[in-house]
Design a protein around this ligand. Structure first.
Ligand SMILES: [Zn+2]
Length: 269
């Protein structure tokens, strides 16, 4: 019925570190590299965004008194429906109904085993960046002790590096768009961090040049800046079109944040 696009730029206001997870070894004295593509350009993968959005969403939903699952393998709402896989194969309409009734908002928005997410995060590539190197003390993973003389170097991105940001959503109800915007605002306001070394104060980012674009494929979705409710929990709302600074974007689209806050979302579990 509709396609939702949120695009903008991301600027880190503290050092930022997106490491190469498979390679990081804090006990080695070797240089700890940033995650880079084959041409050596550091980037923030869509999967990192998805992880940050889901975990930030968890905090927001719980503050609202709602229950959401952790999304960890084997611990999603879908894992608690043992007959789900069989239902998908035998009765897809019933599977859709069961999914709707028995899964949390995070499973609906960010996906679950056998179910695609309704939002897609693109990799973020830098427009401008500067790599810094920090010396850190390597701590043994086994006993938490500082290994003898083990100083490691770690690469990070200096503050004021800028990256692209793009998120696409399919058929998201207004409260789900509001939920995504609430998550972005939490990150923008410095209440949630991105990447590694969070306890060292890394990973604070701000959004800028934000634009919410909604393409209606059906009259039932709405027209122009007017968004019709997509399901029984949803309500009608207007949003602000055009590119805005981060602060302005969240202020001018506060009606969407409110739709999320007021939605009487049912939680199973
Ligand atoms: Zn869930």
């Amino acid at each position: 019925m509709r396609r939702v696009e949120i695009k903008g730029i991301v600027r880190n206001v503290s050092p930022l570190r997106i490491g190469n997870r498979g390679v990081v070894d804090f006990t080695s004295t070797a240089g700890v590299q940033l995650l880079k593509n084959s041409r050596g350009t550091p980037y923030i993968p869509g999967s990192s965004w998805k992880g940050v959005f889901r975990s930030t969403g968890e905090v927001i939903a719980r503050k609202k008194g709602l229950r959401v699952c952790t999304g960890l393998t084997g611990d999603t709402c879908v894992d608690k429906i043992p007959e789900f896989q069989e239902l998908i194969e035998k009765d897809i309409e019933k599977a859709k109904k069961v999914f709707w009734e028995k899964t949390c908002l995070n499973c609906k928005v960010f996906g679950a085993p056998s179910v695609l997410s309704s939002v897609y995060f693109f990799d973020s590539y830098p427009f401008t960046y500067k790599i810094g190197v920090k010396t850190i003390i390597a701590i043994s993973r086994e006993n938490g002790a500082v290994s003898k003389g083990a100083l490691a170097t770690a690469e990070y991105l200096e503050p004021n590096s800028t990256f692209s940001f793009l998120l696409l959503g399919e058929n998201m109800p207004n409260y789900a768009i509001g939920y995504i915007l609430s998550i972005m605002k939490e990150i923008h306001d410095g209440l949630s961090q991105v990447g590694g070394y969070k306890s060292r104060g890394f990973g604070f980012v701000k959004f800028d040049k934000l634009e919410l674009k909604i393409t209606h494929y059906s009259e039932k979705s709405g027209s122009g800046s007017s968004l019709l409710p997509l399901d029984e929990l949803d309500s009608k709302v207007d949003y602000t079109q055009g590119e805005l600074s981060g602060d302005e974007f969240f202020k001018k689209n506060s009606s969407l944040l409110e739709v999320f806050n007021n939605a009487r979302i049912q939680y199973p579990m």
